[in-house]
Design a protein around this ligand. Structure first.
Ligand code: ADP
Ligand code: MG
Length: 256
């Protein structure tokens, strides 16, 4: 896993500046939540980190390396969105295997003719099986591998989505409000799941939410964004007990 460093990130859409010089250093294995009111620029910042949106200026480093010209897939960060986008007709096993099949079977297609022989394909499939089973056991979803997404609870579906990201061995996870479509009870349950996932994986997590309570319970540090600027970065108790200014106090103190 890797640290993620942002320096002086600015982003404009047309004449509107959405990110106004963001500096943030996220340590290897840290769980940082990015919170702030709707429209303040959280998703845009996450997309800049992922490489899905070019910044107007500033620099992103992952694992100490500037990645501004590195395409999204090569940055090797896993994005987890609120819609899990699992393939409904595929089993859990096949859903998790999708990225591995895309990568390894297409590499096999490109191999010299001799390399494409059946024993080789068999070896690739066996490797994929081993990797999917390892991830499933890590996430405690091994008994679900033969089910279809329609036969899973919301929480289980989310774990499958995380499994599909995890199988690619990402250097970090980016979450964009992954719980916002769930009902209140499940949301509270999933908070605990995600916190546990972080402890288990010891991975770098950047977690976007507009729900302060969610961020408070899960993260090591909270970055409060208002109007495209990080107004305060600190531990949950720092931010809660010593809000830097009235905007932070109002946001943290406001009912959801
Ligand atoms: P958040 O995730 O905090 O709710 P966003 O990052 O989605 O906020 O959006 C921040 C601002 O940037 C909003 O005003 C939004 O309308 C604008 N914005 C986001 N994406 C685009 C885009 N592709 N084109 C134009 N404006 C955009
Ligand atoms: Mg958003």
């Amino acid at each position: 896993m890797a640290k993620i460093e942002l320096s002086a990130i600015r982003k404009s859409f047309g004449d509107t500046e959405v990110l106004k010089g963001v500096d943030l250093s996220i340590h290897d294995g840290e769980f940082v939540s990015l919170v702030g009111p709707s429209g303040c620029g959280k998703s845009t910042l996450l997309r800049v980190i992922a490489g899905l949106e070019p910044q107007s200026s500033g620099e992103v480093k992952i694992g100490g390396v500037a990645v501004d010209h590195v395409r999204p897939s090569a940055r090797n960060l896993a994005m987890v969105f609120q819609s899990y986008a699992l393939y409904p007709h595929l089993s859990v096993f096949d859903n998790i295997a999708v990225p591995l099949r895309m990568k390894r079977l297409s590499a096999l297609e490109r191999a010299p003719l001799l390399g494409r022989l059946i024993p080789n394909r068999y070896r690739v499939e066996r490797g994929i099986r081993a990797d999917v089973e390892r991830v499933a056991s890590q996430l405690e979803i091994s008994p679900l591998l033969t089910r279809k997404p329609g036969q899973l609870s919301g929480g289980q579906r989310q774990r499958v989505a995380v499994g599909r990201a995890l199988v690619r061995e990402p250097v970090g996870f980016l979450f964009d409000e992954p719980l916002s479509n769930l009902d209140a009870k499940l949301r509270v349950h999933m908070r605990a799941e995600i916190a546990q996932l972080h402890r288990r994986l010891k991975a770098t997590f950047v977690y976007v939410t507009h729900d302060q309570a969610e961020a408070m319970t899960m993260s090591g540090r909270i970055a409060v964004m208002i109007g495209g600027e990080l107004v305060q970065v600190g531990t949950p108790s720092d931010v809660y007990d010593n809000p830097r200014d009235i905007r932070v106090a109002e946001f943290i103190g406001s009912p959801k």
